[in-house]
Structures are given as structure tokens and as C-alpha cells.
Design a protein around this ligand. Structure first.
Ligand code: LLP
Length: 426
């Protein structure tokens, strides 16, 4: 459920017509709904109430400060993958003690900064990383709290680019090596083992792979307990899918129930704190990309609707052949319907936001690309020297600009010309 609906033929975000957003801030423009973000966060927190838990929103999905600040105010923790994300969380008022740090390539300076601000836990992905972290923690005179990210070798049955829990993927410590590496971890002077972690992929639409991964982790926890190694928390990562195109992923409530049931069967005495790292299921359907039709280009084989947003603004359709719904914002004027490929201004044939879409539109009309709140702006680039779009958050009847549209001048900020002699003296 989200808060983007038609009223009298016009698409609204909460109580604001999207036509008004375009008038004030131009297009292309990302538009987020505060109420939807809150609703999705609460779907998790309410599903887990009564069980110790922490919801660590995956910052990579949408790292706008206003989004992070809103979630921090609701009590969220954060899953980060770089020092840049850590600084964003801090700038947005997030609590470092609720931050978990994932990612396969943590650098020394990133570890040091995370130790300095006192994050909750490092999700460690290899023995080499464990050794580096122990060294850095020693140098900083700190103890690093760690969780091992276990790769359970479970097929998440999602797009291969976003499947992460198979042996062939670069992520995590293979489940059959994890026991030995836990035993090693317990011996390091500057590390404290506090958790176990996995993240098997993104946009999962069924429960079975999550449960299969959980079962493998629980077996490992049993073996570790026999060895005297106990953890406080179990982090099951993110990955819950959203409906883009008729998918029916489990709701957070059903997901949480299934996991809690399985945990109770495993050991009803042990109350491990549950951590989740949801990104998409909180942010995706809380945002749309608002864009305008520049030209209609009828053709023999294809009709093209050429819009002012391209693959540089929203890369998911080009990169993963992702399908996202495209809707006209104002349906009040009569229009002929036709089938279009909805394409952007970028000089690549792969620059499309939708293919074979039946739309009743004319040049100048506004369109909304739905489910764009996650992995939208954060993956935008300046390719073709296109400034990145503005971001706007609707809160009821109020409209807040939460990131200015980039200026053309900002595109070369930080670049430098060669001194004249470098060219003339040759
Ligand atoms: N935790 C870890 C360690 C992750 O790698 C990810 C996502 C998440 C949590 C959040 O997963 P979510 O709840 O959002 O599924 N750009 C792709 C998605 C990449 C996901 C990467 N990792 C897309 O647009 O589909």
C-alpha cells in the first residue's frame, strides 16, 4: 500500500497533485511520500513487536538525508556499505550505535571511522577482512563487534545481478568454512563476536529461500554453541520484494511470523535479537519519478514516447530489464491511445524506461514512473552531462524540496584545465 492515487483523474502523492510538483520543481524529479515510508517501516516494527529486534534500513536503497532522518526519528537503525553512507547517517541524525556495516571491501579508514563513532556491528565477509579489522581495532584501542556474513548457498530465485547467497557470488563466507572462521574470530584480541548474518539477494518474492537460509544458519549456531561460541543477534539481511508488475511478495508481517515460528521451533528458550536490513520494501513504492513527454515519434515498427528522463536518472530498466509501471499524471484531457516504447534522451539504444506500453498521451504530458523510491536516484549518474534530478518529499499537504536539481556548472566542479605550457611547449 502506498499513497500515490488518482483523484478526479489526476495522480496525487498524499494530498498534492503531481502536476503541482512539476510546476514548482520541474522535471525529471523524484517524488517521495513521507506517509508511505513511515507505513512501510511500521509494517516491520509492528510485525516484530514483542520480540527483541532492530530494523536497519539499507541506506543504499535511498540515501537522501530527509529519508534517513525520517527513519531515524521512527527509531530505525541503518545498514551501511561505505564511510559515505555512515557520514550520511550521522548527518541525518541517525544513532551510530544502531548501525551495521556490510560490504566486501571495507577499507582501513572506513573501519577506523566506524570504530570511532561506535557502530553496533561489522558484518565481516572474509577471513582477510577479519584480520584487517582486528589490526585496525588494535591501532584504535577499540574492540570491534563482529558478525560473520555467512553465504548459505541458497538460490534466492531473483535476477542474477541481485542474487547474493550462492556459492558463485562474491558475498559472505561459505557456510562450510564459517564454523572454522568463527572459531578463529573468537581468538582475536580486538574482536568480539556478537552476531551471525546473511543476505541472500534482493527482490525475493517467496518465503522458502529465506527459511532455507535461516535453517542453515541455525544449524551453524548449534555447532557454535557446542564449541562455547554464543551470539546475541541474528541478522537476516534485506531482500523482501515489492510488487512492480503483479508479483505477490509476502508482507513483512507474514515474513516475520514465519521466521519467528521457525525460531521458536528451533529453541524456544533462546531469544536472539533479530536484525533486518530492508531497503527496497521500505522505499521503492514510496517514490515515483516524474517526467514529461518531449516528443511522440510514430514509426513503422515502433512508436516512441521520448521523455525528459533517461537511463542516467533511473537505470533499473536498462540494467536489469526491470519493469516499472508508467502512468499518465493527468487523465482529464481526451487522448488517443497507442503502444509506445518510452525512451529517454541518452544516446544509447538501451536507454528506455518501459517497452510496449499502452498509453493515452500527447507531447507535453506528465508521466509518473512508479516504484522508483528505491535504487532510483541513488543509482543516477551524470552520463551525457545531464544534471541529476531534484528530489521532493510530500508530507500530507506540504511539499518539501529535499535535494536541489543539480546545476550544469556543478557537472565540472572539481575538474581542472591543463596549464597552457602543457600544450604549447610541445
Ligand atoms: N543488506 C545487504 C547486505 C545488501 O547487499 C542489500 C542490497 C540489502 C541489505 C537491501 O536489500 P533490499 O531489502 O533492498 O532487497 N540495485 C538493485 C538492488 C541491489 C541490492 C543490493 N543489496 C535493484 O535496483 O534492483
Amino acid at each position: 500500500m502506498d499513497h500515490f492515487d488518482y483523484r478526479d483523474g489526476v495522480l496525487y502523492g498524499e494530498d498534492i497533485p503531481l502536476t503541482q510538483v512539476a510546476e514548482r520543481f520541474g522535471t525529471p524529479c523524484y517524488v517521495y511520500s513521507r506517509a508511505t515510508l513511515e507505513r512501510h517501516y511500521r509494517a516491520y516494527s509492528e510485525a516484530l513487536s514483542g520480540h527483541p529486534h532492530l530494523i536497519c534500513y539499507a541506506v543504499k536503497a535511498n540515501s537522501n538525508l530527509a529519508v534517513l532522518n525520517l527513519l531515524a526519528r521512527l527509531g530505525a537503525g541503518f545498514d551501511i556499505v561505505s564511510v559515505g553512507e555512515l557520514e550520511r547517517v550521522l548527518a541525518a541524525g541517525g544513532d551510530p550505535a544502531k548501525v551495521v556495516f556490510s560490504g566486501v571491501a571495507k577499507q582501513r579508514h572506513e573501519m577506523a571511522r566506524a570504530l570511532e563513532v561506535g557502530i553496533k556491528c561489522f558484518n565481516v565477509e572474509s577471513l582477510a577482512e577479519l584480520e584487517r579489522l582486528d589490526q585496525v581495532a588494535g591501532e584504535c584501542r577499540e574492540t570491534a563487534r563482529v558478525s560473520l556474513r555467512v553465504n548459505p548457498d541458497v538460490d534466492a530465485r531473483t535476477h542474477p545481478y541481485i542474487s547474493t547467497g550462492l556459492k558463485a557470488n562474491k558475498f559472505g563466507i561459505p557456510v562450510d568454512q564459517a564454523f572454522d572462521i568463527y572459531a578463529r574470530a573468537a581468538e582475536f584480541a580486538h574482536l568480539e563476536v556478537v552476531g551471525i548474518d546473511c543476505h541472500i539477494g534482493s527482490q525475493l518474492t517467496e518465503l522458502a529461500p529465506f527459511i532455507a537460509a535461516l535453517d542453515r544458519l541455525l544449524l551453524l549456531l548449534d555447532r557454535l554453541a557446542e564449541r562455547g561460541i554464543h551470539v546475541e543477534h541474528l541478522d537476516l539481511g534485506g531482500g523482501l520484494g515489492v510488487p512492480y508488475h503483479g508479483e505477490t511478495p509476502p508482507a513483512p508481517y507474514d515474513y516475520a511470523r514465519a521466521l519467528l515460528e521457525r525460531l521458536a521451533q528451533w529453541d524456544s528458550q533462546r531469544k536472539l535479537t533479530l536484525l533486518f536490513e530492508p531497503g527496497r520494501s521500505i522505499a521503492a513504492n514510496a517514490g515515483v519519478l516524474l517526467t514529461r513527454v518531449e516528443y511522440l515519434k510514430p514509426g513503422e515498427e515502433k512508436n516512441f514516447a521520448v521523455i525528459d528522463a533517461g537511463m542516467n536518472d533511473l537505470i533499473r530498466p536498462s540494467l536489469y530489464q526491470a519493469w516499472q509501471m508508467i502512468l499518465p499524471v493527468d487523465t482529464r484531457k481526451p487522448r488517443d491511445s497507442a503502444r509506445y516504447d518510452v525512451v529517454g534522451p541518452v544516446c544509447e539504444t538501451g536507454d528506455f524506461l518501459g517497452k510496449d506500453r499502452d498509453l493515452a498521451i500527447a507531447a507535453g504530458d506528465l508521466l509518473a514512473v512508479r516504484s522508483a523510491g528505491a535504487y532510483g536516484f541513488v543509482m543516477a549518474s551524470n552520463y551525457n552531462s545531464r544534471p541529476r534530478p531534484a528530489e521532493v518529499m510530500i508530507d500530507g499537504e506540504r511539499l518539501h524540496l529535499v535535494r536541489q536539481r543539480e546545476s550544469v556548472e556543478s557537472l565540472w566542479a572539481g575538474e581542472a584545465l591543463l596549464p597552457p605550457t602543457a600544450v604549447e611547449s610541445r
